[in-house]
Every structure is written in structure tokens, then in C-alpha cells.
Design a protein around this ligand. Structure first.
Ligand SMILES: [Ca+2]
Length: 407
């Protein structure tokens, strides 16, 4: 209502005058006009406000839709990256163990007692044998918070691509080097599931690495370790159970060699590459020819010491066993340092290849293995401790096994 009309209306009310119909109609008409104007303005403001609100809503809906599309696109890109890289996601569960070479069994050790226990991951070639490459860049390995569960296992969720790798385990409780595990393929993109699948890996402790080892002086003035016995089937079983990861397994023995009920039989039926990886799993390695020969210096066959009863488990039943015998069971086949069965039971892989400048250049590249075995008579060449045999590193027989050494 304009000022003039307001003034007139106020005065009329104050003086309490009774207007004639003409001025009253005039004032009433002015009021009605003012009310119409006001309604029109309000309508205009409302319409403008509604239009702006609608515009703002449409704009923010478009922005949201854009952001959503962008988010989906980024998520799809990430999926494409994970699928193309075959990146898996799984729980790595480390189960530390001590080895009891008398009871031939492993004893679980809580990871809580191994605060420095850790793992690193390295590239592996696709050759046979796989060769260890560089440690994977941190960007290729996504690690999560790790924890020790109620069973004393160290657990951690891991994202990494499916390529073959070597795993290194350190901080195994004591002053010892690392142990190693070759894995031919970790779980890939297609293996992803919720919750992530768990991969259980037994990890030998330093005590397990040192168990059953004899320390001997090395040529360089230091010392090295060599196992008192050949590797047993029970010891192999800890590693053999991982063959889904490693691809490593021993060949099946013919029925004639399956001696039911006997414990501590030596492992046979693995090639030199598998033998190396097995020893690495226990934080050990294969012995060199020189180390093995050095260990045999105090063997009765070299010293001439007289032996009663079993001299060595060679061909025939006279030594007490037709074929394989439990390790350490022949009292004549032991050195003064307590290293058993160097002469008999099973022959043993070494880490040395026949050299081109060696005694048999024609056999260059073949792998040396030492000692005789249950299938050879004493008077044949392998029956001498000094005899150095050789064969393809991929060679597998029922009379060739493993003895590990260590630093
Ligand atoms: Ca042997």
C-alpha cells in the first residue's frame, strides 16, 4: 500500500469519521489494487525462486551423475588393471616350526616369540630351474597390517600379481640366514574371494635349520654345517605338502619300495633342482663336493677302522636291509664326527656341476652326486667314498636322495 493511501486510512480510523460511499469506495479500491500488486510481486518472486532452485537441482544432479560415472569409470579402470595384471588378494599365514630329528616331526613355534620374523618377495624367471631375480618393487606388493593369531601364526593380507616368485623368510629366531620358498604361481585375479583365501606356509626356525647338523671346519678357515643323516621322508613331507604352490614333488616309489610302517626312510625320487629348493626351505643348501669329501675323511672306509656288523647299506640283505633302510641305522657307516650313511643307503646330490676343465670334459654340465646306495654292490666304483658320480640335474631315481649342508 502506498504512503498516501496509508496516511488517509490512518487518519480516517483515528478521527473515527464516517465517510460517504464515494471516498470509502475509492480507498477500498486502492487497498484492493495494492493487494493485487503485492500478490503479483510475490508470484513473480516465487516463480523466479522456483526456476532458480530447479536449475540448481538439475545442475547438481548432473554433477552427481558425472561424479558417479567418473567413480564407476575409475573403479572399472582399477578392475581392468587388476585383471590385466592378474593381481590376486589372499591371506599369507606363516606357521613357524622347530624340527625334531629324533621324533621326526615338527613342533609349532608361536610367531609371538619371533618379533623379527619377516618376508620379502622376489621375481622368479620362468626357466627350469627358476632363477631368483630382483625384489619386487613396493608398488607391486600391497601389504596389510599383520597380526599373530591365537594359534601363534603370523597373518597378513597381501595383494600381488600371479607371477612366479621366491619368498625369503628372515628373523627366524637366532643367528642364521634366510630360508626360501619358490612359488610357481600365487593366487591370481580369478582366485579372489571374500574373505580372501589363506595360504599356509610352514617356516623353519633357526633351531630347525641347525637341528641334526654337524659343524666342521671349512677350507676358508670358517666352519660349515652338514646334516648327520640323509633327508627323511618325514622331513620331506613338510615341504612336499606345499607342492600346489611349488610344483615340487617326489616321484612315486614302485610298490616294492613302499616299506609300510618304517619311519625315517631316506627321501628318494627328486632331482637336483628340487633338492636345492628343499634345502633352501629349511634355511640350508646342498653341500659342495669338497665339503662332502671333507666330511667323509673320518669315515671307517678312509681311516681303516675295523667295523663289526653293518658296514653300509649296499646291495643285498646282509647289511640288514633289502632296499632303503631308516637313516642312521648302520653302525659301521658313520664318521668320527657322527655323520651317517655317507657310503650307503642312498646316493646324495651336491651343488657342483661337472666343469669343462674337469676330469671328464665330455660330461660338462652334469651334476655331481656322491656315495653309493642300496642298489650297488660294495665292489663297484660307487662303493668307494672317493668316487664322484654325475648325471643330469633333472635325473630322478629310487636310489638318489638328499643331504643338506648349511653356512
Ligand atoms: Ca648315503
Amino acid at each position: 500500500m502506498n504512503e498516501a493511501l496509508l496516511d488517509v486510512t490512518r487518519r480516517v480510523q483515528k478521527w473515527n469519521v464516517s465517510l460517504t460511499s464515494t471516498p470509502r469506495d475509492f480507498i477500498e479500491a486502492g487497498k484492493a489494487r495494492q493487494a493485487r500488486l503485492l500478490r503479483r510481486r510475490r508470484l513473480l518472486v516465487m516463480t523466479a525462486f522456483s526456476t532458480m532452485t530447479l536449475f540448481a537441482l538439475t545442475a547438481s544432479a548432473a554433477a552427481w551423475e558425472f561424479r558417479e560415472k567418473e567413480r564407476i569409470a575409475i573403479a572399472q579402470q582399477e578392475l581392468i588393471r587388476l585383471a590385466a595384471g592378474d593381481v590376486g588378494r589372499f591371506e599369507l599365514v606363516l606357521e613357524p616350526f622347530d624340527w625334531d630329528s629324533k621324533k621326526l616331526e615338527r613342533t609349532p613355534v608361536s610367531a609371538a616369540t619371533l618379533p623379527d620374523l619377516n618376508w620379502r618377495i622376489y621375481a622368479a624367471s620362468r626357466t627350469n630351474p627358476p632363477v631368483r631375480g630382483k625384489e619386487l618393487e613396493a608398488s607391486r606388493v600391497k601389504r596389510s597390517e599383520r597380526h599373530v593369531d591365537a594359534q601363534g601364526r603370523l597373518s597378513e593380507v597381501l595383494e600381488v600379481d600371479r607371477d612366479p616368485v621366491f619368498l625369503e623368510f628372515s628373523g627366524r629366531g637366532g643367528d642364521c640366514g634366510s630360508s626360501w620358498l619358490y612359488v610357481q604361481a600365487l593366487p591370481g585375479y580369478a582366485d579372489r574371494q571374500t574373505p580372501p583365501a589363506a595360504i599356509h606356509i610352514p617356516v623353519s626356525t633357526c633351531a630347525a635349520t641347525a637341528d641334526g647338523m654337524v659343524r666342521l671346519p671349512a677350507a676358508d678357515g670358517g666352519t660349515f654345517g652338514i646334516a648327520r643323516t640323509e633327508v627323511t621322508s618325514e622331513q620331506w613331507a613338510v615341504y612336499g605338502a606345499l607342492h600346489g604352490l611349488t610344483g615340487d614333488q617326489r616321484t612315486v616309489l614302485p610298490p616294492a619300495f613302499a616299506q609300510g610302517g618304517l619311519r625315517g626312510l631316506p627321501l628318494v625320487g627328486v632331482n637336483a633342482f628340487v633338492a636345492e629348493r628343499f634345502c633352501g626351505f629349511f634355511g640350508r643348501r646342498l653341500p659342495t663336493v669338497a665339503e662332502w669329501m671333507h666330511a667323509s675323511q673320518t669315515h671307517p672306509q678312509r681311516t681303516g677302522k675295523r667295523v663289526e656288523g653293518c658296514v653300509a647299506n649296499l646291495d643285498g640283505k646282509a647289511d640288514g636291509a633289502e632296499t632303503l633302510a631308516p637313516v642312521g641305522g648302520c653302525p659301521g657307516d658313520v664318521t668320527d664326527d657322527g655323520v651317517f650313511d655317507l657310503l650307503g643307503n642312498v646316493s646324495e646330490w651336491t651343488s657342483d656341476d661337472q666343469q669343462e676343465n674337469g676330469p671328464d670334459p665330455g660330461f660338462a654340465g652334469l651334476r655331481h652326486y656322491l656315495g653309493s646306495n642300496w642298489a650297488f654292490p660294495a665292489d663297484e666304483p660307487p662303493g668307494r667314498l672317493s668316487y664322484v658320480n654325475s648325471g643330469a640335474a633333472t635325473y630322478v631315481t629310487y636310489a638318489l636322495g638328499i643331504r643338506c649342508a648349511s653356512e
